[in-house]
Design a protein around this ligand. Sequence first.
Ligand code: FMN
Length: 290
Amino acid sequence: MTTHDTLEVPPQKPVSGTADAALQARYGTSGVPFAASLPEWNSTLETLLAHRSVRAFSERPLPDGLLETLIAAAQSAPNSSNLQTWSVVAVRDPERKARISVLAADQAHIRHAPLLLVWLADLARLEAVAARAGVQPEGLHYLETFLVGIIDAALAAQNAVVALESLDLGSVYIGAIRNAPEQIAAELALPPHVLPVFGLCVGYADPTRPAEVKPRLPQSVVLHHERYDAQAQPAGVSLYDEILSEFQARQGQSEAGWTRRSVERWRTRESLHGRDRLRDALAALGFELR
Ligand SMILES: Cc1cc2nc3c(=O)[nH]c(=O)nc-3n(C[C@H](O)[C@H](O)[C@H](O)COP(=O)(O)O)c2cc1C
């Protein structure tokens, strides 16, 4: 791990034990060099660095008003040109969740979470607005506009994740929603020009099966100064392979490290679990992507 030796910080105050522990968990290594030069630490950083996906939920019901609070947090995210090209479907019905779980790689946490939020790139709303204004929005049919919808949906969803984690709830994204986008769209009665981007299971974590913070790549691999430089990559990745193998061992998973597992994820077309036909699915959902 390299230090931020080019980062200028004001005179140091000693880093709190909490910050040190949070950084150690995030990078899976003791003595994170830049911990000593943190400008400050607060509860927002605490929440962000403590993130872990939760896949085991308790039966504790969600409080009234939670959904609306999460959506207010989501709507507070920045969005492209204030076009607000996303929507979300809140699914609570156990039978609907069960059907969706089957479409999304049969993931049990979709059934067990009390709430599934399906985040949508929604170009239909602006299309309808334009139609009411008597305009044919040609720009709607371009890849760029589609990308705007995806970006907006992702930023909104992540704001909701931070909000729910600040309230001691847990969540896990469900990209497997895109294994069968047309079927998910039919299940949720989505109009054309709306893509289910990912799901998000939300609930209180089962305290008997707590999730652990999953270490990330060292900063030497992801942070470039001024210009892209992959020189530190091989050493950083091999260090991370060791760190992640230890994490996997603690989780009772096969100790594949990061390299093997990541390479496997994209090795063959089949490893995309149906998402290799996403282009066709998008066409079926009305996206031209010119
Ligand atoms: C867009 C997206 C899709 C994901 N899809 C799934 C999924 O279908 N099933 C699952 O169990 N986890 C899913 N995850 C969770 C990731 O596996 C997880 O975030 C990653 O391994 C890092 O672990 P952490 O969130 O605990 O830090 C997804 C995460 C993202 C951001």
